[in-house]
Design a protein around this ligand. Sequence first.
Ligand SMILES: [Zn+2]
Length: 143
Amino acid sequence: MLLARHQLDMLFAHAATGSTEVCGILTGRAWPGVVVESVIAARNVHPQPQRHFLLDAATLLQADHAARVRGHTIIGFYHSHPNGLALPSALDHREAWPQLLTVIIAVEQGRPRCLSAWRCADTMLQPEPIEIHAGVMPLAAEA
Ligand SMILES: [Zn+2]
């Protein structure tokens, strides 16, 4: 997964905003390699946001539409683990969408510590390598 430095900063900034889990959507290019184009923060509408997350549906639909207009797609979702590890929980495994990425940001006492990415394959989350690059990738300009 290719992630720009400023997108990483956005993920960490969002994760630092609350004591509950934060969540959002990643859109971009899924093939031949996964490239993140947009990081879209969503509201966590789960009734127990300290330990769970549920993306609000309106943001999900808007993100899907905005991505399609640009020839992109939803490539995954992110959420934080306040005072937890950047490892998928049993529920994260169960609820992952096939082929999409699950990005987890570990937060310790309000400070984002690290981030991991996982791909759902055969109903299990497998580690997905993350490559951080300095700027905006010229998605359409690559010949
Ligand atoms: Zn989780």
